[in-house]
Design a protein around this ligand. Sequence first.
Ligand code: SF4
Ligand code: SF4
Length: 457
Amino acid sequence: MHTINNFRHKKINDKYFVTTDHGSYCILSEDEFNQLKQDDIDENLNLKLEKKEIILNDKNINEAIRLTRNRNSFLYSGTSLHIIVVTLRCNMNCIYCHASAKSPDKKEFDMNKETAKKTVDFIFQTPSKGITIEFQGGEPLLNWDVVKFIIEYSKEKNKAEKKNMNISLVTNLTKMDEEKMNFLIENNVDACTSLDGPKELHDYNRKFIHGSSYDHVVKWVKRFNDEYKKNGIKNKRVNALVTLTRKSLEYPERIVDEYVNLGIKEVHLRFLNNLGVAKHAWNNLNYSTESYLSFWKKAVSYIEELNKQGKEINERMASIMINKINNETDPNYLDLRSPCGAAIGQLAYNFNGDIYTCDEARMLDDDLFLLGNVKKDKYKDIVSCDKACAVVSSSINDQYMCDNCAYKPYCGICPVCNYEEQDNVIGKISETDRCKIYMEQFNWVVENKFIEAENFK
Ligand code: SF4
Ligand code: SF4
């Protein structure tokens, strides 16, 4: 006796990719799929479907419950990612600046030590056993004293709290020097920068009036990595993020080469967000989903070629999707899960102590996603307030379109993007570029990494 579990499917070529709510999957032939649909299942298929909990019986029901709980375990753990905007000032003029940075002389946009202390005290109220504090800006190094203060104060506080704490700094590296580098390395702070591709492209996207921003990135990525090596620090390297403008789409292979040449093992080829300065320059920067997807496929195919030659590099979105399909726990990529990371996975703290549901939320022109301020609010009240709950529920992919999509257990929707694009946090998913892009990326991953592998068995 069995019950057929709730399942969704996607036909790719002559195969059916069938998924359950808890994220297990099976690849079926046409004949097998028809057997499943008609609940007229032969013995071999019965074993295959039972193993993946697509049919449920006394033998596998507890496993299905365990897997459901595991996949959603992030719901019980508390906010782990805490993004602190120590300043909104920046010394560069990137053509897409999502943070709408202020000019370097506007010191009124710096976080002061009193607010910094209150921010750290607030962060430590999370029940999460693991926390990541990430410095963002603006350019955080323009407010170095407060960066240092937060690192020292949070480490001191953690002696009693004993959380598993990571600290990372996102910087354009133009203000890096030996003293700062040594302090960061000594305090085990990860450095992450932006690298948009080869020099001509990087400097076009990331404008710096005092010369080439690319030269600073290359110099300091190498310098940090040399220092890690010299100090015997294994498995640590400077990471980088790429932002893709219309011009970037001409460079699929060369962007990847740039990462390989600098020894960076992962490149995240994300599409451009319509936030901050990018929103106002959208007509010059944006591109169609088709152009982006064609670029992305070229780049990932090129990465596969490089992997065959023994070069270690992967594309982050493809890796996350493979990981989500293959593994029973969520890899904690907060923008691709349901509910998303807003409030329950991450919080962003502006220079004045204002608390937002996530980093992107503070980049909007209005304060719809503002939850409170570290000077007057408690963590418990912030994450359980009506607004936070409304944002969390609006990020659950239970709409009609998602509910019929085989990728639902691995995917996520973004209330901030919906609000920006459609003036509504819920949004019509079928009309969003984000859905079209994710759908096609999942199609590519399933066809190339799962169905092809099955054909070779
Ligand atoms: S957002 Fe699009 S790709 Fe993702 S689950 Fe919904 S319908 Fe599928
Ligand atoms: S609201 Fe959007 S940007 Fe913010 S965490 Fe959710 S998916 Fe990410």
